[in-house]
Design a protein around this ligand. Structure first.
Ligand SMILES: Nc1ncnc2c1ncn2[C@@H]1O[C@H](COP(=O)(O)OP(=O)(O)OP(=O)(O)O)[C@@H](O)[C@H]1O
Ligand SMILES: [Mg+2]
Length: 145
């Protein structure tokens, strides 16, 4: 696990700019953290770094948005309003994971069904300080040593 302090929005932008070039289709990033901890802000910066021109906004009312204008397809999910695991199957996300880069806010309900997670990110904001913990899978650990 790697802990990174995010003292300013620029630190989050820098983290996205570090990660985006090493992402490849099939990678799944889960973004955990309380309301307002910075998950969507980070997702926006990943989108920008991948060349997505459309502004990435919060998909919470539709659960899922996809962007095909960047270097790879980008799938952005926010499962805050997901009611059941069955609803996840209806979204069809398991069929598309391999073809793009998937970012999942509020992934808790999906964790049991997800075949794998390339990076688990946990965002923290205690009212003053912000930081993120990154849990890479065993294949990607060396990038964070
Ligand atoms: N270092 C930082 N990193 C990320 N966001 C920051 C930082 N400093 C301030 N912010 C601000 O904090 C807010 C984080 O909101 P954001 O929508 O990303 O949270 P969220 O985790 O997606 O919340 P939700 O669970 O409601 O979806 C943004 O308005 C952003 O501008
Ligand atoms: Mg959000």
């Amino acid at each position: 696990m790697k802990k990174i302090e995010l003292r300013s929005e620029q630190d989050t932008i820098d983290l996205a700019n570090f990660l985006a070039p090493i992402l490849k289709p099939g990678d799944v990033l889960t973004l955990k953290g309380d309301l307002g901890s910075g998950k969507t802000f980070f997702a926006k910066q990943i989108g920008k770094a991948l060349g997505v021109e459309a502004e990435i906004d919060s998909p919470s009312f539709v659960l899922f948005k996809e962007y095909h204008c960047g270097r790879f397809p980008l799938y952005h999910l926010d499962l805050y309003r997901l009611k059941s695991e069955e609803e996840l199957f209806d979204l069809g996300i398991f069929d598309m994971l391999e073809s793009g880069i998937t970012l999942i806010e509020w992934p808790e309900l999906a964790l049991r069904l997800l075949p794998y997670q390339t990076y688990g990110l946990v965002f923290h904001f205690d009212g003053q300080d912000r930081w993120v913990e990154i849990f890479p899978d065993s294949e990607h650990q060396r990038l964070f040593e």
